[in-house]
Design a protein around this ligand. Structure first.
Ligand code: ATR
Length: 495
């Protein structure tokens, strides 16, 4: 069973003790990062550890190992020796420590368990090299081995999963934002400890997730060997909001699934899908900018996704990968809960990927629609493909007045450009239906102006929530609670 550990990183003894008390409520054990305490004196150690009511690790990391200890090596080792004398449950000892010192400490450890640690702050080595490192460290016979590396690519995490699969008494994960998945999946692959921070701003390493977040968002305590993994694959997947909707439903429905962000570059996609196959991950979602590129790696593409030319969902059934598109379903239901599509005149602003899913729906519903786009040629191509009309961007005012429903599919108004709006206030229409596909922020300038002008609004979160229903069903065979999806999404929209 993976134990949750919170490192304490306060700089004064008083704050350190306060954080110990807070951290113990949220964790199985804590790590006392003695190196963070300014001017720490060894005679303070006994008093300090009296504040611990659960298991704890004494760590005094030197600067050349990414720590903050200001004293010399002799002082550092004497703190660790003192921890052993005081029968502290664990000490963390860096493999870079002098050979003789490691042997000495291991010989005299008595009740204290030794975590022999290795950190690579720049990269993750190949599995072969990691195994050599493990064996080299294990020749000291420590109680536990800690191997922590830096993920430069999402695929680095899989070296760590393989290492955890093969070796015992191991604590292992990747640092950095691309290593997030390894911190979450420590429990699936049996890392003895998972390190999380007490709260944002109190991280002791790059990429650490807070104790509350990892539990609230990823249901960390229910992850185990059997947990089926789903991922959202995108260049900024960490910003995707769908994790809130899906994980809340897995919890409520008692389904042993987890949905996590895979921050992946285009050139890493092929290997990532191969890893999904090897590690038997269940599938996932695809977001910007991979919805089209990823299709070449799937065995089957469903008909709708083929026509739209993009997939936002994939499923791995016994190593057969199928690509699907549920974006259109999202657009269709977000519109239909407010309005009929027949006998209405619809203006689509933009002609990119988001517009394609929408135009597929409008064509399917035989709607009367016009596409207007900054680059006219793209509007023309899309209109020809999906039986719509098109118009030049300079005709925007006229088209707005001509149509009943106006839909923004461009990224204008999206965070961080929150103050932008595709329709200027001076030409803003009254009493129309206005839909914005931008959901971050939910109250875009377009939506604010629509409210001001007595229009009926459809905010971007509606489409996002509806497309997630289709995804959930494809992965699990079960319908999610839609109310819960909406609630989870709205709670986290501003993050
Ligand atoms: P997505 O997949 O999210 O739809 P995309 O394929 O890059 O993203 O499409 C973005 C759409 O927003 C395009 O229609 C783009 O217009 P161009 O085809 O002229 O590039 C439109 N868009 C983006 N920024 C815009 C802006 N500032 N003003 C008008 N249109 C904009």
């Amino acid at each position: 069973m993976t134990r949750i550990c919170i490192p304490i990183v306060a700089e004064t003894i008083d704050n350190f003790i306060k954080d110990i008390k807070k951290a113990e409520i949220l964790s199985d054990l804590i790590e006392l990062r003695i190196d963070y305490i300014k001017d720490f004196k060894i005679d303070k150690l006994e008093k300090l550890i009296k504040n611990c009511t659960k298991d704890f690790i004494i760590t005094c990391r030197p600067k050349n190992n990414g720590g903050k200890f200001e004293g010399n090596e002799k002082e550092r080792i004497s703190i660790l020796e003192k921890a052993i004398d005081l029968e502290c449950p664990f000490i963390d000892l860096e493999i870079e420590t002098e050979n003789k010192t490691i042997l000495n400490l291991i010989n005299k450890k008595q009740k204290t368990k030794i975590i022999l640690s290795y950190h690579d702050f720049k990269k993750t080595n190949s599995l072969k090299k990691l195994k050599i490192k493990y064996d080299e460290m294990n020749s000291y016979f420590p109680d536990f081995l800690k191997i922590v590396t830096y993920a430069n690519s999402i695929n680095d995490n899989f070296n760590i999963f393989s290492l955890l699969n093969e070796k015992s008494n191991l604590i292992s994960f990747c640092m950095g934002i691309r290593g997030h998945i390894s911190r979450i999946l420590t429990a699936k692959y049996g890392s003895y400890i998972s390190y999380v921070c007490l709260e944002e701003g109190k991280e002791s390493a790059d990429g650490q997730i807070s104790a509350k977040y990892i539990e609230d968002v990823y249901n960390f305590s229910s992850i185990n060997k059997e947990t089926k993994v789903l991922g959202v694959l995108g260049s900024v997947a960490e910003n995707s909001k769908s994790k809130f909707m899906h994980n809340a439903n897995f919890k409520k429905k008692k389904l042993n699934f987890i949905y996590i962000p895979f921050k992946v570059r285009k050139e890493e996609l092929k290997e990532l899908i191969k890893n999904f196959k090897i590690f038997e991950f269940r599938g996932g979602a695809v977001t910007i900018p991979h919805k089209e590129d990823i299709m070449q790696y799937f065995n089957n593409i469903d008909n709708t996704a083929k026509i739209i030319g993009a997939t936002n969902t994939f499923v791995n059934d016994n190593s057969i990968f199928s690509g699907h598109n549920t974006d259109y379903y999202g657009a269709e239901h977000a519109l239909k809960e407010i309005t009929k599509l027949k006998d209405k005149k619809i203006l689509v602003i933009g002609a990119g990927g988001a517009a394609r899913s929408l135009c597929y729906v409008l064509n399917k519903e035989k709607s009367n629609f016009t596409i207007i786009n900054r680059t006219y040629e793209k509007a023309k191509l899309l209109a020809d493909e999906f039986n719509g009309s098109c118009s030049k961007f300079k005709e925007l005012k006229k088209e707005i007045n001509n149509n009943d429903i106006i839909i923004n599919t461009t990224s204008v108004g999206m965070n961080p450009n929150n103050n932008e709006c595709i329709i200027e206030e001076k030409i803003f229409p009254k009493n129309k239906i206005i839909m914005d596909m931008v959901y971050n922020p939910i109250e875009t300038v377009l939506i604010k102006l629509a409210n001001k002008n007595n229009c009926t609004i459809i905010t971007g979160d509606r489409m996002l929530a509806y497309q997630a229903i289709g995804q959930f069903k494809l992965w699990t065979g079960v319908d999610p609670y839609f109310d819960l999806m909406q609630k989870a999404l709205l709670e986290h929209l501003d993050e």
